[in-house]
Write a new protein. Sequence first.
Lengths: 621, 665
Amino acid sequence: MSTTAEATQPDRSAVRSLLRLWPYVRPVRTRLFTAAFVAIVASCLSLVIPLVLKWMVDGPVADRDVGGVWLGALYLLLLGVAEAVLFGFRRWLVARPLAGVEAAMRADLFRHLQRLPVAFHDRWASGQLLSRGTTDLMLVRMFLAFPLTFLLVNGVTILVGAGILLAQQWTLGLVLLAPVVPLVFLIARFEARYSSVARTAQDQVGDLTTVVEESVLGIRIIKGFGRHRSQAATFRALSERLRGTELVKARLLAGIFGVIMTVPELAIGAALVLGTMQVADGTLSAGTLVAFLSTALALRWPVDAMGFLLAMSQEAATATDRYFEVLDAEDERDVRRETVRGTERHEGGPVPAAPPPTTIAAAAEGSERAGERHGLRFEAVRFRYPDASEDTEPVLKDIDLHIRPGETMALVGGTGSGKTTLTALVPRLYELTAGRITLDGRDIAAMPREELRTLVSMAFEEPTLFSASVGENVRMGAEHADDEQVRRALDVAQAGFVDTLPQGFGTQVGEQGLSLSGGQRQRLALARAVVGKPRFLVLDDPLSALDVHTEALVEAALRRVLQDTTALVVAHRPSTVLLADRVALLSDGRVAAVGTHHELLRDNAEYAWLMSGAHAEERHR
Amino acid sequence: MTSSTATTPQPDAGDATSGAVPGGPGAPGPDAEGTGPGGRDTGGTDSRGADPDGPAPSGAEPKGTDAGGDPFDRDALPAPDGATGALLRSLLAPLRARVVVAAVLLLLQQAAAQAGPLLVAFAIDSGVPALRDGDHGPLVVVGAGYAVCALGSGAFQYAFIRASAQVNQAALLDLRGRIFRHAQSLSLDFHERYTSGRLISRSTTDVESLRELLSEGLQELLAVVLSFVYISAMLLWLDLGIGGLAVLSFVPLYLLVRLYRRRAAVVFAERSTAIASVIVKFAETMNGIRPVRAFRRERANDERFGALNDRHARSNGDSLLEMARYVVGSRLVANTAVAGIVLWGAYRVTEGTLALGVLAAAVLYLRRLYDPIDRLGMFLNSYESAAASLQKIAGLLAQTPSVPEPARPVGLPERSGASGPGREVVFEEVRFAYRTGGEVLPRFDLTIPAGQTVAVVGSTGAGKSTLAKLLARFYDPTEGRVLLDGTDLRDLPVPELRRGVVMVTQEAFLFSGTVAENIAIGRPDATREEIERAAKAIGAHDFISGLPEGYDTDVRKRGGRISAGQRQLVAFARALLADPAVLILDEATSSLDIPGERAVQRAMDTVLRGRTAIVIAHRLSTVEIADRVLVMEHGRIVEDGTPAALIDGTGRFAGLHRAWRESLV
């Protein structure tokens, strides 16, 4: 996916990205600000400790005042306790709220993703979405917990510390503070380079993961063709490349750590020499020197950390961008706003058949005549996948098809003729490029999706089961179906094997449970489609994975269900076609012919060829 | 969870990565820990956490599998005792020399870094008086010493990071390769039970957590431990009393760390379970977005996801709070100790029994001594998860392939001239049962002469696929032998076997890459011409030419929408290109339309003429091209004969075939 890597952006836009987090932070702002304030206080307390030391060394210790020593130690203890409690308090303040912010953002992402058009999901690998919902949000939480607070806290601490150093002895202070500016600059430069190498490494990990994933999913092919050595070689090459990048990372890291170690130490050394001379001269007290070095030590972390705090913020900004990139994608809207989108949808294409006001009128008209049944009608339907460019040939062009109420229409066509695409248009998994589809006279584009999808039930070519019990999986078709209805649906699909499962209905299936064979999954998916006795049924090659015997049984049972349902059934086989009253032949994106199986078999050469594999003439010979 | 942030030492940074605790300061490496009762315990909890699926069996064939505590279901493959430690040792053993170098570098680095305060003491106690006497000698020593130490610590730091990166990366490269090769060598029955998701997370997230431990955690721990040791030694050397007091303060710190570790382990196990279920729900929903939409599952999913998400937020909050408690506790102990030591030290200075410089140095050392306490938390986090991960990896590596390569490979005889390119297949008193029990194929004998095309029909679960997998040597028979031209499959070297027998299955998986590359898997050295010829023979050429970039279209990129039927055609072209002596088709035409199926049959009739072929199909149309039909039921071959004989007979097959013919008219 090209969506992962983005160049490091300038800080200004990083700030802008991070500002977008505000709506999520707002509810917890009081605690967050309090925590920041507490952290500043705690941090400054640790700067006071050296001052107490100085006071002790120059006062009570020099004066041999035992009471003063006790007092000093007491101050130290109190400061220490206060610092510990405040740091703990800060953590306590933000722990739950930040976990909550992360959860809220994740829940929003999930909710939004579920409502994005299927075309969006076609473009995005689920792994990409998942990493936004986990790693990226973790980075955001860490940013809120840490860099956000500590950029402020450290800034204040450094200023206060610098003030203290300069106030005590400005010459020494300058010596100590001199390296701060170049150090921060160096660190910032390092972070920029480091993060670009780090991103390269991440991409390479991604490539490696792909090889692993594919060699696991394609294990039968690899074993079947004895290809495991070449796979291992590919894997090795990629992991060696990754190692190279990691070593570059380590070299950068080693360099910056070397600098971080050396430069401040040199400054402290210089200050020590200078300070010792001043103490010898008597211009500086021993206590001041101790306090000085102690303060310098206390300031080391805030300075060193600035670089990585900035880097973390940068990373969090990228993570935020990645998060909002998905959240900003427009979701499927229902009627009211849909009409507005409807006009956009047809941009560049032919003028929509029904302009927005008429659409609503049509909808109203439709519901008035709801008593009448018009079946399922495709009118001048044209479709091109949203990610295909304008000048490519549409997958479906000018489809006109009428399925009468209660009728079952089989959809037949060669491999890749667009059958599956056509079925996906009925429940509006994709939006039409032009034309319209009506259910009992109502334009599906004007119907709330919820209602549309209650009316239309589907079984997909690839039967997907979710990690839930068999019963729950079937009930997805009709939430309130009772056990009796579920049982009947399973009977229709000839899914008697359910009874032999360890816990019957209650057996967990899906990725997290029992793995079922293709045929078993297909039968459960079929049961799911028919359980609610839907008005409209769309079945995409529902029997492909069944053996002949089971197929015959399912067909017999399905025939009864289809009697009072308006249905569109994609079929490859004569046996499935025979379920239908009429057959539509899809060829080259158009409906080439409509008729009964026997009519088409007799009159249409392409159909005869598709159904028997032999040309009509051959058959008659 | 990659965190690419530089790991600058950071007090109070425990939020970022917080975790449970090892045996405390100065604890031995993960080696001892991983096999100790503590490490074992948390590892176990965690592994359950990662797969919250409960005890549901995941056998390929549901019938006959029982739920009784299969380690596969809990994602807790047994690793022999001490396997985790042994694995780590075997990874590091070849790198022994480099490990020593890195350790020495770190020792030197710490020595240089911890010398500073000592020089401060020397400066105050000797430098100042000497200076007052006009002697610059001691001060020059201090200045030079400080400069040397500063440069030394920087240089050693640089060298150490690079040296340890070499070690880490070499170990990771080794481990990644081992997991990958091992997973590839394990037989199909393993892959059928160990879900792909688990295998992927073994070689990604689990390796990643080890990477974090090696590259960040371990180095951190060593630095912390070394600085504890050095500073304690320095303090003891400066003043026995002060040093003793500092060492004494380790006792409450150690207790605190132990307490934290115990409590955090519980919280962390809960958190990892929680995030695992969040991830599963998330991934599953996105992968099945079509049915989710079509069946209006959005709201129900929101609710369920919300519950899982809240649970994670709660345990996440718990772990952060646990860290907060630890920080307060350790800071309290540390600050109290500092106050106490300063009190005593200052008191002794007033009494004249301690030099001022020594007190100053002690104070500076104390700050450094307690600074890394919080950093321990970070290490502990990566340690805990790495221990759990290593445990799982060790479990995976402990699996042995049930279909091993032959110790003394035997070549196939030359294809005996007269009978054409096919080879004879013999199942000799073969019986097959799953390792968990449950017989699939009772003992049988079957001979398929070279060049014969055999169709196998029967209902789901009749054992057709098992028969095919035995012939492809995806499984080995429980008893008996499978012979190819008289040679036991178990004695054939893998390349020879794969040249001889090729199986095309129902699930036609495409690897990322171009269509041409996917076909060329059948024979990597094939020319473009040969690839196109194979595609044409199977009738796939037309649709491939219609793709945006023809044979060079990347199957994973946009515009590469390839339907299930088209994928099966590509899989066939692949098999055709491989040109095997024995071809097995296992439901390989299920998504093809009839013309597609015919093209396949034509290809078998022409290009693959004379090959031995086993065709498993639901579709009776396939049977027409067969020389012989086997009807299977409950693992037994119940009918065996030519299609014509069976059709004319009165058996099951005749009935099925009649129904099928009728549907065509």
